[in-house]
Design a protein around this ligand. Structure first.
Ligand code: SPD
Length: 284
């Protein structure tokens, strides 16, 4: 939603009566795909910004914590990651980070909305560069249907979803996590977008409860990100192999040099939660 054409205000019921404002230079795209409203803006302070159904998905200035943390903690714990699947994530940011690992033999992405991919390629080159790696295979279809066909195929699945209102609601339900599990190799892990400890603790608790029934380790990782509601977001990490809260090996130096957020110290810190959240999430 745009006030007087100069400010974008994120006003959704999901944010509990508060709203972030971003000053706009220019609206570059406004269209409706088969699934959602897609907007792309050029902004005064955070570069280009992707908005789906009135909710900020990423800005050029601060997409990096989210995308780095979907990939590097997992890649530095899994004993031998060879195959990854990104579900959602049509802007390409998660792919960009995964591509940094030469050991990955298979990098698949399943995004339901082909228009998000096309528009990201056109307007968001800083994330869409993720599509340039020849290992990346793109599937445009429903992620759950896709995973039902891909039994036991992946070491790590990264679910880069939007918020659990409307079409993405199912991505926060136990049935969806059961489907993810069927597409994992025996010692695999999934990471899934899991909202803010300050605003959505009830959602995080429900996801934790659902995932604890299915996976050996379920851990929540907090990520700082100024343009998401409350300035943070998290990923739930569910593993059938090792726990993910401590790095298991040194991140290769050439990869570390490309990163702005992830370090091995930050990896450990991200899983250390404030007491009110720790009591509700990690003590289940
Ligand atoms: N509240 C917004 C959460 C958006 C999560 N998905 C972002 C997609 C970036 N690749």
């Amino acid at each position: 939603m745009c006030d007087d054409n100069t400010w974008f205000r994120e006003k959704t019921p999901f944010e509990g009566g508060r709203s972030l404002g971003i000053k706009i230079k220019q609206k570059l795209v406004e269209t409706r795909s088969k699934f959602q409203k897609i907007e792309i803006y050029d902004t005064v302070s955070v570069g280009r910004m992707l908005v789906l159904d009135d909710v900020i998905q990423l800005t050029e200035a601060d997409e990096f914590p989210y995308h780095e943390m979907f990939v590097h903690p997992a890649m530095n714990v899994h004993p031998d990651p060879k195959s990854v699947l990104v579900v959602g994530g049509g802007d390409g940011g998660v792919l960009r980070e995964a591509n940094k690992y030469p050991g990955l033999e298979r990098i698949d992405i399943c995004e339901i909305d082909g228009d998000v991919i096309e528009l990201s390629r056109q307007y968001l080159p800083f994330t869409a560069v993720g599509y340039d790696d020849p290992r990346v295979k793109v599937y445009v279809e429903d992620g759950a249907d896709f995973m039902k066909r891909m039994k036991g195929a992946y070491d790590i699945i990264m679910v880069d979803s939007s918020d659990p209102i409307g079409p993405a609601e199912v991505l926060f339900k136990q049935e969806f996590f059961e489907t993810c599990k069927t597409a994992l190799k025996p010692k695999g892990a999934i990471l899934t977008q899991c909202e803010s400890i300050f605003l959505h603790l009830h959602i995080i608790e429900n996801v934790t409860a659902a995932c604890c029934k299915l996976f050996k380790h379920v851990e929540y990782m907090n990520v700082l990100l100024p343009t998401y509601p409350s300035g943070m977001i998290g990923q739930m990490v569910c593993s059938q192999g090792p726990a993910y809260s401590r790095p298991k090996r040194q991140i290769p130096d050439d990869i570390q040099q490309t990163l702005k957020y992830y370090t091995p110290e930050l990896h450990k810190a991200a899983f250390t939660l404030p007491r009110f959240a720790e009591q509700k999430i990690h003590r289940q």
